[in-house]
Design a binder for this molecule. Structure first.
Ligand SMILES: Nc1ncnc2c1ncn2[C@@H]1O[C@H](COP(=O)(O)OP(=O)(O)O)[C@@H](O)[C@H]1O
Ligand SMILES: [Mg+2]
Length: 354
């Protein structure tokens, strides 16, 4: 299917040899051997150990045309490995990936032309070249003519607000500027499908917002691109994605729209009431009929925290109760369960954990 990403039963195990230096005390009769001696007492040798990491376990994903899909999980979950497999940089051990209708294993070149990969961490550019030179270089790799790649590069640099920086060396740009050049690089060949791996890393809120708007408004709405976004940042996922897949230890945990996911976690809507005087014990008893109530006092503020199932109705009733008891409320906030709560609910682990 055009403009889609399909991942079927993909697994990947990395095998690497770990080498470690060890010292060994020499028995007295070997002390004379000049080849292995570090000192007269010890010899130095390498110990090797085969290390296996199963980075991905039976991953299945179907991303529709025009969808922004988030893959949300902590460090080490396997996101980058999947990004590399989808962008034809790494082969999976088992399974199949089809991008824009092309099998990445057998129609690699066509698949590669269909995908733009944007990775955070500034590794995807030549620091000793200017943004313009970088973009032209990558355009030429995609078979664009010199004039075509120059035109496209200038267009993109202008879209990303980098006109005045186009002839500076990349190494002299700020993190946000480098990221925007990296983004432009991923778009040079106007791919149908974009894979963004932690594109938000190290960006200040302004640049972050600009890129977010660009992804939503231009890439999705105007150009109908399909986007797969790997992130450990729940705010990025919640803001941008139509659907989110949670991943942990190389395995998919669950998938849904942000609202669906958050609805799955019961009892995690929170109402917080701030008053200058503590609520009366009778009032607290009344509030307890709606859910769990926890009161903390300190610094001249009394905080009453309620965990409830459905805050939209309860908030109104609670306010009425507070009002009729004559308790002035300084502040009332409610928050719904966020994606971090969802992740903890399924895995017992936070997204920031390593
Ligand atoms: N080239 C590699 N060699 C050995 N292990 C690797 C390699 N790449 C990734 N891994 C391991 O695979 C797991 C998943 O890594 P990665 O895909 O980078 O996760 P994420 O991007 O979600 O942080 C980690 O345990 C990581 O150490
Ligand atoms: Mg990663």
């Amino acid at each position: 299917m055009p403009n889609t990403i399909e991942v079927r039963n993909v697994s990947k195990t990395f095998r690497s040899v770990k080498r470690k230096l060890w010292f060994q005390k020499l028995p007295p009769d070997e002390k004379a051997d000049p080849n292995v001696r570090l000192s007269s007492e010890k010899k130095l040798f390498w110990k090797s150990r085969l290390k296996e990491t199963q980075a991905l376990r039976d991953i299945n994903l179907k991303i529709k045309e025009g969808e922004i899909r988030g893959l949300l999980g902590p460090n080490g979950a396997g996101k980058t490995t999947l990004a590399k497999i989808i962008s034809t940089l790494v082969l999976p051990d088992t399974g199949k990936v089809v991008v824009n209708g092309y099998n990445v294993a057998t129609e690699t070149v066509r698949a590669r032309f269909s995908i733009g990969l944007v990775t955070g961490g500034e590794r995807s550019l030549y620091w000793k070249l200017t943004p313009l030179q970088n973009l032209r270089f990558f355009g030429n790799l995609y078979g664009m003519s010199r004039s075509e790649s120059t035109r496209r590069a200038l267009d993109l640099l202008s879209i990303f607000g980098l006109d005045s920086k186009k002839n500076d060396l990349v190494q002299n740009l700020s993190t946000g500027q480098k990221m925007r050049v990296a983004f432009a690089r991923g778009l040079m060949h106007d791919p149908e499908v974009l894979v963004l791996d932690e594109y938000n890393r190290g960006l200040d809120p302004n640049v972050s917002r600009q890129l977010r708007d660009y992804i939503k408004q231009v890439l999705q709405k105007e150009n109908g691109k399909t986007v797969l976004l790997m992130t450990h940042d729940m705010n990025v996922a919640e803001d941008l994605c139509n659907r989110i897949t949670l991943i942990n230890n190389g395995k998919i945990i669950t998938e849904g729209t942000p609202n669906e996911l958050m609805r799955n976690v019961g009892n995690s809507q929170v109402i917080e009431i701030e008053t200058s005087d503590p609520l009366s014990p009778e009032l607290v008893e009344v509030l307890k009929t709606y859910g769990e109530v926890e009161v903390t006092n300190g610094g001249g503020v009394s905080r009453t925290r309620m965990v409830v199932d459905n805050h939209s109705e309860i908030t109104y009733e609670v306010l009425t109760k507070l009002n009729s008891s004559g308790t002035p409320v300084d502040n009332l906030t409610f928050k719904r369960a966020n994606l971090e709560d969802v992740f903890v609910h399924y895995t017992g682990r936070r997204l920031g954990d390593d």
